[in-house]
Design a protein around this ligand. Structure first.
Ligand SMILES: Nc1ncnc2c1ncn2[C@@H]1O[C@H](COP(=O)(O)OP(=O)(O)OP(=O)(O)O)[C@@H](O)[C@H]1O
Ligand SMILES: [Mg+2]
Length: 337
């Protein structure tokens, strides 16, 4: 097992809003290892972007954070803002969710990349522009397009520009937030493979945030599943896809095009007043009596698997209670065959 590059320990994040306190991340503990791609998946509003932004301390002032975010031995949450700037871009790159909102519409793509080299590496204008051109070529855009403005690029090309920005300083970790959202299937595959290829080539790591289990399954080494602000399952990709231990993961798998295309029934819960007990229990087809009353901990399973479900209490599936769940798992395997 490779060593952790980023280690998040018992992280709680809440936002004060007019509707109450939104508990966007609750007791998050996970690590991104050296040279690893960790996929973070979950439905809309479950807290994925909040976690990604928190790592670089990009959340608004309304956010309250508790816990630790340790990158190569430094707890980022305790750093003075001036030192934190050194980590943004240089140590940890980020591709934010909405490229058109992130890019400056009145600056050319090339000059936005060049600016990074001028700010972080003190390069002169000409040298920075040359380096920006090379970065554009690396992501499959001709350097001659560096003088064009964001509105002149297609969605896929804009994402390539975002990749160039995220990787410009060759960071140890890239946080890619929904890098393929809104793209057609072919472009989605091209962009995701481009990002993963560059990350692997540089021996970097990536936290790949997506609601798209198919993309995460293709690119990641491990997957962390998030539900209503909590991690409910973590494991190696092959294990998660072939043998889910949490009913929510199973339901997500059934929503894949090749595996039934059934959307997860019900609505995601409010993060102001989440359900008691297991947060998934109101939508769970396999709930037990305890599920509405007792909040399950993230429990160790065989190997490196962690799951937050009473069906897998004490690291073993309780075969009697979990029979319907086990039946559904084997039905999923049959669909696969
Ligand atoms: N600045 C903020 N102020 C108040 N609430 C916020 C803020 N940012 C996020 N939230 C809330 O925190 C919760 C988690 O939001 P987040 O954007 O992290 O979800 P997400 O998983 O990234 O969703 P999506 O898949 O739609 O991008 C939501 O209820 C959201 O409304
Ligand atoms: Mg998001």
């Amino acid at each position: 097992m490779s060593s952790p590059l980023l280690s998040i320990e018992d992280l709680n994040i809440s936002f004060k809003t007019s509707k109450g306190i939104v508990k966007a991340n609750q007791g998050i503990s996970l690590e991104v290892r050296e040279e690893e791609i960790l996929g973070l998946i979950g439905e809309t509003g479950c807290g994925k972007t909040t976690l990604g932004k928190a790592i670089l301390r990009l959340l608004s002032g309304k956010a309250t954070l508790e816990g630790k975010i340790v990158y190569r031995g430094t707890d980022l949450l305790t750093l003075p803002e001036k030192e934190m700037r050194r980590f943004r871009g240089k140590e940890i790159g980020i591709m934010l969710q909405n490229p058109s909102a992130c890019l400056n519409p009145v600056l050319s793509a090339g000059s936005q990349i060049a600016e990074i080299y001028r700010y972080h590496e003190g390069m002169g204008k000409k040298e920075a522009e040359k380096k920006a051109g090379k970065m554009l070529e690396l992501v499959g855009i001709s350097s001659s397009r560096g003088c064009e403005y964001p509105h002149q690029f297609s969605g896929g090309m804009l994402q390539r520009v975002m990749v160039a920005i995220g990787l410009a300083l060759r960071p140890g970790l890239l946080i890619a937030d929904e890098p393929t959202r809104g793209l057609d299937t072919d472009t989605k595959l091209q962009i995701s493979e481009l990002i993963a290829g560059l990350v692997r080539k540089e021996n970097s790591s990536m936290l790949l945030i997506t609601h798209d289990l198919e993309i995460a399954g293709r690119l990641a080494d491990r997957i962390a599943v998030m539900y209503a602000g909590e991690i409910v399952e973590i494991g190696k990709v092959a294990e998660i896809l072939s043998n889910p231990k949490h009913p929510y993961t199973l339901d997500l798998l059934h929503s894949l095009p090749g595996k039934g295309f059934r959307t997860v029934s019900g609505q995601p819960p409010s993060l102001v007043s989440p359900p008691s007990g297991c947060r998934y229990h109101p939508r769970c087809s396999f709930r037990l009596e305890a599920c509405s009353q007792v909040h399950p901990a993230l429990m160790g399973f065989e190997g490196e698997r962690l799951t937050r479900c009473f069906l897998s209490e004490k690291g073993r599936i309780n075969e009697t209670a979990a029979q319907p769940f086990l039946n559904a798992q084997s039905a999923l395997k049959c669909e696969e065959e």
